[in-house]
Design a protein around this ligand. Structure first.
Ligand code: PMT
Length: 438
């Protein structure tokens, strides 16, 4: 992948990158990464963990970065030159490459047991991590959980790539190549120029939803048959939680109405847990009255058992002739929100398996939504319970493909597109609540 040179309009020009290097074999690529960052006209300071020193020397890193390299929180000489808090404030972005399983775990726990993790806690700059480890370590539920926690806090996870590993195994866990990491940084929103929404005057500079109230629904609903059984679906809540985090990053005051899922609440987001579609409907109608943007990501059950039992249903009841379950239609939550007299900008999601765009357009129209995001879930590598998604944002006069990517990145892109597409409606919605919050 080509690295844009400064005179080619690199958005890394004059940016101050704090490069953290932790102790994995991929650390040997760090000097090449530093050189490429400097070639893109970025300023680079390097901090290593103690174990990184087993793989790459400070002398090499100092030579390529042009700055002394640090690893010790207790180095009084270094602290006298640029203290760790100063270093944390200096950075426009912190990139940790390679990020080992250990460093991801320490970051997820908010530890500050060496210079690098202390800096990550002390900085307000965006944090990007490029994981690198053995594929089994990467797939381990503990590592995946840590990554999920980091993503929910807005940390950008770059990679890892799939392929042959230093240990001789194949699979996901290779650090992205230095060229790719620099290209990732250049194309990430971390240093992006102002959006057209901002240019058009929607409040908030880099936080285009500043002062706006956003309500997001996420996860499945469970429709009880009896105290031990229910009807539900495979939604994990990951996409909805990512949308809530992206709206928060855009400056919004976010309420996340979550069905039964096992995910940590994105920091700074108000979470309301519900179980059934009826509960989600009641909660959403309460929250949607003075909101500016409503995003329905939840996979709400369209029907619920007509007569849920208070005692466990016995098998004998249905043994001989099978069991026909009588179902009642649930209220359509998002359609009810959109039908309010002064509705927010209302964006739905649709999981389709065929005629995706056609079905999405008719759903959008029928429910009177401003837009709908359709994901083709016949591709099982995306959508329900995956960490990835690919979708098309469809609105009255157009559509936009959102390429296959992490749910966090897709959510950020979606929120950005919504702020651009609906800039006027968002500026008009509930101006009194916006001025109250400013
Ligand atoms: O949760 P994940 O594992 O991350 O998976 C994400 C997802 C696949 C669930 C998500 O990307 C998605 O597609 N969500 C919508 C699922 C769906 O099929 O919705 P639907 O076609 O049944 O409904 C369309 C829209 O109406 C949705 O915005 C839905 O929230 C809303 N709806 C549906 C029924 C109902 N009674 N009330 C509603 O508000």
């Amino acid at each position: 992948m080509a690295v844009k040179s400064p005179d080619n309009g690199s958005n890394l020009a004059k940016k101050r990158i704090l490069l953290g290097i932790s102790g994995g074999i991929a650390a040997y690529k760090a000097p090449a990464l530093v050189r490429l960052l400097r070639k893109a006209d970025a300023e680079v300071q390097v901090v290593t963990t103690r174990s990184a020193e087993q793989f790459v020397t400070h002398a090499a890193l100092q030579a390529v970065s042009g700055n002394p390299v640090r690893s010790d929180l207790w180095d009084s000489n270094a602290e006298a030159a640029m203290g760790h808090i100063e270093l944390a404030r200096w950075a426009d972005a912190v990139l940790i490459a390679p990020a080992t399983a250990d460093v991801l775990a320490r970051l997820a726990q908010g530890r500050a047991d060496d210079l690098l993790t202390t800096l990550c806690l002390a900085t307000r700059a965006p944090l990007l991590v490029a994981p690198a480890m053995n594929n089994v370590m990467w797939s381990h539920p503990a590592t995946q959980h840590n990554v999920e926690i980091l993503r929910s806090r807005g940390v950008v996870v770059l990679g890892p790539d799939d392929g042959e590993q230093a240990c001789g195994e194949f699979g996901p866990g290779r650090m992205r190549e230095p060229e790719d990491l620099v290209a990732d940084l250049q194309s990430s929103r971390t240093f992006s120029s102002p959006t057209s929404a901002q240019a058009d005057g929607l409040s908030g500079g880099e936080r285009p939803l500043q002062g706006k109230r956003v309500v997001v629904t996420a996860g499945p609903t469970r429709e009880a048959l009896d105290p031990v059984r229910y009807v539900s679906n495979h939604s994990s809540g990951k996409q909805g939680f990512a949308v809530a985090a992206a709206a928060r990053d855009a400056g919004a005051d976010v309420v996340l109405i979550a069905g039964p899922v096992d995910l940590p609440t994105p920091i700074g987001v108000t979470r309301m847990d519900v179980t059934s579609a009826l509960e989600m409907h009641q909660c959403a109608m309460g929250q949607a009255t003075d909101c500016d943007l409503f995003v329905g990501v939840a996979a709400v059950a369209d029907y619920r058992p007509a007569s849920p039992q208070t005692q466990k249903i016995k098998k004998t009841r249905s043994q001989s002739s099978g069991w026909a379950l009588e179902l009642l239609e649930n209220p359509d939550i998002i359609a009810s929100v959109a039908a309010q007299p002064d509705p927010p900008v209302t964006v739905g999601f649709a999981a389709e398996t065929q005629h995706t765009l056609e079905n999405a357009r008719s759903k959008c129209k029928r429910k009177r939504l401003d837009a709908i995001v359709v994901n083709d879930v016949s591709d099982t590598s995306i959508g329900f319970n995956s960490d990835l998604n690919a979708a098309t944002l469809v609105w009255a006069n157009g559509e936009l493909a959102l390429a296959k990517q992490s749910k966090a990145d897709l959510a950020a892109e979606l929120i950005h597109q919504i702020t651009v597409l609906f800039v006027e409606q968002l500026a008009d919605t509930h101006p009194e609540s916006v001025s109250k919050q400013r």
